[in-house]
Design a binder for this molecule. Structure first.
Ligand code: COA
Length: 480
């Protein structure tokens, strides 16, 4: 009988180690199983059995101290409110967010500027420079999860609400800020939308080559940065689940605009290796300079596009269509516009051959599209899978029923201005239907928040009211 060999000392130790590992793994699995209930969901609760859309909203339970004003910050907190967060907007007594009175269309009513950026929030008036006002803010800091602000640099600190102060009061608090610039030479500057568009590279690359830089109507500096900030906040909330602590979130408007203009930074680097062949100026034989030029309506990607006139363009400023000469459907394009020989003509048959002739090609396409409305053109080209899009006016968008059906455009009713349209949540969550409600009146929820959220008694609320911390300064007293 063969003698069983005793394992060598080294392999005995290795075997013990493996055995220990197996035991460890088994107990870890056991612990996970215990924590998860079913051992399959990685620490998550059991999947809800409620129908989709009835299990509460995504950010339910998150409370936000909203110190934002104008557009960038309010866009962010409005989105979070649509997602179910309880957003408490703090405003200066008697005045409120400056936009309440800006671009007013209905006398005495909050402007659309304000109402369309502050839906689904609650409003509390607090004078942050009043000692009792500071007491209320302290309580809010202790009860909220996130403070969002977009004051000018240094304003929050001047209120006494430094990061150290807030963090000490509530280590779980996330402090999220929009500023014009990040740390650097311009960090102390105040910034508005168009300044950000200019500083972030958008204006320099927008417009026609022969003209000055242009700003765009899309608020990429304000609303764009608000979007970035919202992502920062939800990420910080997620990280807090693991770490238990809050953090600062900063979005500089310059950075946000640059992020949205990144394709132009791509082109800046490509320029070092030769001309940008998809720009019309290449086809026109105009030399490139040192920086990415303005490209008019050229398509940003590798598929050349342009805006062409449609029927009615003489009187309707929006009777245009964006047309893309996508290479895979070139043959279909040639057939539809009535240039079948271009399919095989060496001057037109390949994308490379077409580049120097884009002007001629789009002129021919325009000759064709001018015989039909932009909607007829859209229908016709899409039957052949040719990518294009009508230039929709704001009037057409406001009246578009499919946008109402999806909740992207929502009509809400307001006590002083009546019905108005607002933009709902462009982000659709299948289990968290957007909560789009009208904007609050100035200080509409002050007493409700003081008593129900912060626990002040009726007598204390009366005392706070009398102190002037939540009410507008009495002008008659000031004059006397
Ligand atoms: N109670 C008492 N004081 C209040 C208050 C309240 N509830 N809310 C705000 N204030 C005070 C602030 O403390 C600050 O006072 P201080 O300057 O004496 O310290 C003051 O109101 C206003 O703040 P500020 O942000 O400087 O307003 P502004 O009108 O001068 O500047 C911006 C507006 C937008 C240019 C500036 O806020 C900014 O650059 N923000 C960052 C970038 C940004 O978001 N820009 C886009 C706006 S859409």
């Amino acid at each position: 009988m063969a003698k069983t060999k005793r394992p060598k000392a080294k392999s005995r130790a290795a075997a013990k180690k493996t055995a220990r590992k197996v035991v460890k793994l088994a107990s870890a699995k056991k612990a996970a199983k215990k924590a998860n209930g079913n051992g399959k969901s990685n620490g998550l609760p059991k999947p809800s059995s409620k129908p989709y859309g009835q299990a509460g909203l995504a950010l339910q339970g998150v409370r936000i101290l909203d110190f934002t004003h104008v557009q960038s910050g309010p866009t962010c907190t409005q989105l979070l409110a649509y997602m179910g967060a309880d957003v408490i907007k703090v405003e200066r007594p008697g005045a409120g967010d400056i936009t309440r009175g800006q671009l007013r269309d209905v006398p005495g009513a909050d402007s659309l500027y304000f109402t369309m950026l502050n839906g689904s929030k609650r409003s509390i008036t607090i004078d942050s420079k009043h000692p009792k006002g500071m007491d209320i803010l302290n309580r809010l800091i202790k009860t909220c999860d996130v403070l969002v602000e977009n004051f000018a640099p240094g304003a929050l600190d001047r209120m006494g609400l430094t990061w150290d102060y807030i963090h000490k009061l509530n280590p779980r608090m996330i402090v999220a800020s929009v500023k014009g610039f990040g740390p650097g030479p311009y960090e102390d500057c105040k910034v508005y939308e168009n300044v950000a568009q200019c500083a972030g590279g958008a204006a320099s690359t927008t417009g026609f080559r022969e003209g000055p830089p242009l700003v765009t109507g899309a608020q990429i500096g304000d609303s764009g940065t608000g979007l970035h900030l919202a992502l920062g906040i939800v990420s910080a909330l997620y990280q807090r689940i693991r770490t238990g602590r809050g953090q600062r979130v900063l979005c500089a408007m310059q950075d946000g605009v640059l992020n949205l203009t990144r394709v132009k930074l791509r082109d800046q680097q490509r320029l070092a290796h030769g001309p940008l062949t998809e720009f019309s100026q290449y086809g026109e034989g105009v030399p490139f300079g040192k920086a990415v030029p303005r490209a008019g309506n050229d398509s940003g990607g590798g598929q050349p596009g342009w805006i062409v006139k449609c029927k009615g363009w003489e009187t309707d400023p929006d009777a245009y269509l964006y047309f893309i000469t996508q290479a895979p459907v070139w043959n279909e394009i040639c057939d539809v516009i009535g240039e079948p020989t271009w399919k095989t003509d060496p001057d037109f048959a390949t994308p490379k051959a077409r580049l120097p002739r884009l002007k001629q090609i789009f002129a021919r396409i325009e000759q064709f599209t001018m015989t039909m409305t932009k909607f007829e053109a859209m229908d016709l080209f899409n039957q052949h899978d040719i990518p294009c899009g009508p230039i929709l006016s704001m009037k057409e968008i406001a009246e578009e029923q499919s946008l109402r059906a999806t909740g992207t455009v929502v009509e809400v009713d307001h006590p002083t201005r009546g019905k108005y349209l607002t933009v709902g949540n462009p982000i659709k969550l299948s289990d968290s239907p957007a909560d789009v409600r009208r904007s609050p009146l100035l200080g509409e929820h002050t007493e409700e928040i003081l008593s129900k959220v912060l626990g002040y008694s009726t007598a204390e609320v009366a005392d706070i009211k009398a102190s002037g911390a939540i009410t507008a300064p009495d002008k008659s007293k000031a004059a006397a």
